[in-house]
Design a protein around this ligand. Sequence first.
Ligand SMILES: *Cc1c(COP(=O)(O)O)cnc(C)c1O
Length: 385
Amino acid sequence: MAKYQFVIDKIRALFHKPEGAIYLHEPSFIGNEKKYLDECIDSTYVSSVGKFVDLFEKKIAEYTGAKKAVVCVSGTNALHMALILVGVKQYDEVITQPLTFIATANAISYCGATPVFIDVDKDTMGLSPKSLEAFLSIETELKTDGCYNKTTGKRIKACVPMHTFGHPCRIDEIAVICNNYKIELIEDAAESLGSYYKGQHTGTFGKIGVLSFNGNKTITTGGGGMLLFNDEKLATEAKHLTTQAKVPHPWEFVHDEIGYNYRMPNINAALGVAQLESLNFYLEKKRLLATAYNDFFQDKKICFFHEPDHCISNYWLNVLLFDAVEERDQFLTESNNQGVTTRPVWKLMNRLPMFEKCQCADLSNSEWLADRIVNIPSSVILGIK
Ligand SMILES: *Cc1c(COP(=O)(O)O)cnc(C)c1O
């Protein structure tokens, strides 16, 4: 019998699926999705104009408490847009964590900038304010026009922490440090819709926050992203840049800078509006699953990752921490062989060929976590009580 059969059996029992595949995160459509999609098709407004685009932005702003929200085609291009909007230019550097999805580092590269990798905290899996302060105080020099890296001579323009698997990082401390060093703060909140730090929604602490609505996220638009702003002027600029920088006019086509076609189509936004109506229900169900996992692993020799202090997590993807890499690998093999999807964390960014030459601070927490994290099935279970 498999060493971890008891875990696999427990997952199957929770999902009421004695056989067949169980995936990591499947979308669920239980509300007005079809109704709103029908409305789009009946009205012929399926593309880049239509009422659901504006409505989705308004509803997300209300939900998160951001002043303004601007839709994008994906979370990745929302990150790209955010970096452009805060002024990241070619040859700049941008601080981020090595323990993240590739999109964070890719978006930095799209600007011609280079990531600098700083460690995460073990109890949040997100950027560590202590490590950030240590790096900045020793390795950089503050000039009138910004923060400069002593080793490379380059300007450090922005910092992009990520709320890993929906667990908020110490974002208030990070915000203070960034402010002291004249570094723009962008939150990669792609995984943390519905997660709060000290009562405030993630993605609203920095200058810009980024959400994703990819098919595996807490709610989905098929594919999509959102920019969150507290600065209305910056939001207006974002709208302009994401819509080909077209100067508003009833019939003339005039563009006043190089823009992007990053605007979400109306059919995707329609799906988003319907999904958002179910979000609180999904979050309740996800919390019940996390509680069930937490109770189960209490007396086992495997650690279930619990939401950090002062935080409410959306428990997007549930996390187990194994004692060692051999045990982790055994569990991955046994569970996947039986159709229960489990996954190690992304390979650390500094270990990928595109980023292996980037500057790194001490990354011992990230390396420690990279050997131990496993994501286990986390979809919304409608019938869970
Ligand atoms: C999902 C995700 C994104 C955005 O991904 P898209 O698929 O482009 O929407 C960005 N960063 C992180 C950490 C993510 O998990």
